[in-house]
Ligand binder design. Structure first.
Ligand code: PRX
Length: 705
């Protein structure tokens, strides 16, 4: 994670950014006149001297069973506690309390990937009934109670938020694993979280086909068992009630169809369990610098306050809007901005099962037109893909967005402009939201009615968030200096994760050690939170995120740890060493490429390449499948034996490899370069313009790995 100079590398602070300043674009009067937050006095309420009490404004959006006595307890740095003494229930806040006013309003309009299948509209009353019945089942059939963990491995079906809210009703901690992840990845998360129940589904539609999903449950349970964890019950929802879509047999005494079981629970109601604000609500696993994903633990009171507040002010959700966040609930974006945030402010949300370009590049816009969606939320990867597949499609449909969000990766100004002009028809504000799994909600974004947009920049810190950019020696980098550094947050905020599940030391080490001023300090001032991202700040205070400064590759907005990829590659018998690097990709931002060397007695060939790709898909999931696997006799290394990922990353991206004379084996660099680049030239895969940010990313890449 360091950018030391020992191998002649360029330190973070020395990297100048080469972006030109983009023009600022102001929101239109129509947006401002209806916005939830159009009063500039809000900035006076969220000043540093009002910390931490300013976040009462968010917490007061919720219904508390017992009001808190201490807004922020910082006595045990960096394990901050928000709204201490308060009690509440997340499912009550997302469902029950809306019934009086919004009983018959749609909470979710679920849209099948199949265009001729009917929508499933779930009103708040219907959601209430389903959550209660499933909570009764979890309590009485699965024996779950407050504090237990449950792993969910569900696709984008309404049963997923139902299951999450049923857990929350009981105080059970849910851990939803992205449906596209492999059975093994799910199994690892079962083991780490200590779940003995798995909730899954038989299958779902994806890119035009029915995917068998239950088979992954069998793999997950087997993998968990091989690692010492026993799963007692697998609860299997069926995509079509009563019709099993999977080839995989149901295991007697372990696997149960939820639709069958639910018959016994018809009409049952479960009192929401009043939970302390500090009780964990859920775990969300994410990749970092080690092979083992870490479970970001989010709280009930702080997290829910933060996502409610940001949904209201930043997403500008009103109960009358039709809001569509096209993310997957299996990621933090879906937890915060499909489920907990929107439901806590009584939104109507569209939930879509499939891929945005099925059966064609107009699908998303047809859904928007038909359902009259007016708030739209997606990722740069999807925007790039839709722009490429159908640049003129949005104009063909009569929908009108007032607000659009982007999340997950830096967005190129050209792509931003297409989004603004073509998708938003110049009517919608664009909010670029910068944040992370760990942060629960937005860190950097513009308040849409009050702060101008700037293509490619997320904006200033969100309300109450005061970021700072440090160089490697913890000196602050001044705004407008054009230098990139490590972006940190100087103060606690309620949406921030509480700890790494089961590993508090890792929490401290990963997010605080590097910029901690005094490990014995009891003052929050000495504990800035380190995001792991590089950023620059322009004169006007807007941040531009340049990418990860650690060993994480952001593929289509999803984080993959280089160590995770490498340890998956090392499960292949023939592989002796492996290095994962990011390669620039027109649509997905980055894709992983693997460099491997083989054990003696093994020959390079297409089988090895296929085996490495297969191992990574099976162990992590298809999302991690490398674009290329390059096999060579040796990998470039320092004299101390560290693999120089920076050099292989430069080769993959046709960037100058820099000075390699200090390496232990400089001769292999040229050999690898020729082999890789000639193959890419022959395949027409030479990247066109490598942005400076990517060159900077490569120079920093993996030096500490
Ligand atoms: O590098 C930043 C990038 O995505 C990382 C967080 O990924 P994840 O935990 O999976 O959460 C994604 C959804 C919140 C960050 O460390 N990132 C996220 N949003 C942006 C971004 N990079 C640039 N601009 C953004 N708006």
């Amino acid at each position: 994670m360091t950018q030391t100079n020992q191998d002649g590398d360029v330190s973070e602070a020395q990297i100048a950014s080469h972006w030109r300043e983009e023009e600022r674009i102001h929101p239109g009067a129509a947006f401002i006149s209806q916005a939830n937050m159009a009063d500039p006095s809000v900035f006076e309420r969220f000043t540093e001297d009002r910390f931490p009490e300013y976040y009462r404004e968010y917490a007061d959006l919720l219904t508390w069973d017992k009001y808190w006595h201490t807004t922020l307890d910082t006595s045990e740095p960096p394990f901050w506690k928000w709204f201490v003494g308060g009690k509440l229930n997340a499912s009550y806040n997302c469902v029950d309390r809306h019934l009086d006013e919004h009983r018959n309003k749609a909470a979710f309009i679920w849209v099948s990937e199949l265009e001729d299948e009917e929508d499933r509209v779930i009103t708040y009353q219907e959601l209430y009934v389903r959550v209660n019945e499933f909570a009764a089942l979890l309590r009485d059939f699965a024996g779950l109670k407050a504090g237990d963990r449950v792993t969910l491995h569900m696709p984008m079906m309404p049963e997923l938020p139902v299951a999450m809210l049923a857990c929350a009703r009981l105080g059970v901690i849910h851990s939803q694993v992205f449906g596209g992840f492999s059975g093994a990845a799910c199994g690892d998360r079962i083991v780490d979280s200590g779940s003995n129940t798995l909730i899954t589904m038989d299958g779902y539609h994806r890119s035009g086909g029915m995917l068998d999903h239950k088979v992954k449950a069998d793999e997950a349970v087997a993998h968990a068992e091989a690692n010492g964890a026993k799963v007692d019950k697998v609860l299997v929802w069926r995509r079509y009630k009563g019709q099993y879509q999977s080839e995989s047999p149901m295991v007697e005494g372990r696997d149960y169809f939820v639709d069958d079981l639910l018959e016994e629970y018809t009409g049952r109601r479960v009192e929401p369990v009043s939970m302390p604000a500090e009780a964990p609500l859920f775990l969300m696993y994410t990749s970092g610098t080690t092979a083992k994903p870490k479970g970001a633990q989010h709280s009930t009171g702080g997290y829910l306050s933060y996502v409610a507040g940001t949904s209201k002010y930043y997403q500008d959700i009103h109960p009358g809007d039709v809001y569509w966040c096209m993310a997957d609930i299996g990621w933090i974006t879906g937890h915060s901005y499909i489920v907990y945030g929107p439901l806590s402010v009584a939104a109507t949300s569209v939930m879509y099962e499939g891929v945005p370009n099925y059966p064609d590049a107009g699908r998303a816009w047809r859904i928007a037109e038909r359902l009259d969606v007016n708030i739209f939320h997606t990722a740069p990867t999807t925007i790039r893909m839709l722009r490429k597949a159908g640049p003129d499609e949005p104009a063909k449909y009569d929908y009108h967005f007032k607000h659009m969000t982007t999340v997950g990766e830096p967005i190129e100004p050209e792509v931003w402009r297409w989004y603004y002009e073509e998708v938003g028809k110049k009517e919608a504000v664009v909010v670029d939201t910068y944040w992370q799994t760990e942060t629960g909600g937005f860190l950097g974004a513009t308040l849409p009615a009050l702060q101008a947009m700037k293509p490619g920049s997320c904006g200033p810190g969100a309300l109450g968030i005061f970021p700072v950019i440090y160089d490697e020696d913890s000196n602050e980098i001044d705004p407008g200096s054009g230098k990139a550094g490590n972006i940190c947050v100087t103060r606690p905020w309620p949406g921030m994760m509480q700890t790494v599940w089961g590993d508090p030391d890792r929490f401290v080490e990963t997010y605080f050690r590097k910029f901690n001023k005094d490990p014995d300090s009891k003052s929050w001032r000495d504990w800035p939170y380190f995001t792991g991202d590089g950023a620059t700040q322009s004169e006007d205070g807007y941040y531009r995120i340049v990418g990860r400064v650690d060993d994480v590759i952001n593929v289509a907005g999803h984080r993959l740890g280089t160590k995770e990829l490498e340890s998956a590659a090392l499960t292949v018998q023939a592989v002796s060493e492996a290095a994962a690097v990011p390669a620039i990709d027109e649509l997905r931002g980055r894709v992983p490429e693997m460099y491997v060397s083989l054990k003696p007695g093994y020959e390079a060939g297409p089988e090895i390449v296929a085996e490495v790709k297969g191992a990574i898909s099976t162990i992590i999931g298809p999302i991690a499948r490398p674009a290329h696997v390059w096999v060579s006799a040796d990998l470039p290394k320092t004299r101390s034996g560290k693999i120089m990922r920076r050099v292989t990353a430069a080769i993959s991206n046709f960037v100058d490899v820099g000075d390699t004379t200090t390496l232990a084996n400089p001769e292999v660099v040229e050999e690898i370069r020729q082999a890789v680049q000639s193959a890419k030239v022959a395949a027409g895969q030479v990247p066109k313009d490598i942005p400076q940010a990517m060159i900077d990313e490569i120079r920093r890449f993996g030096e500490d790995a």
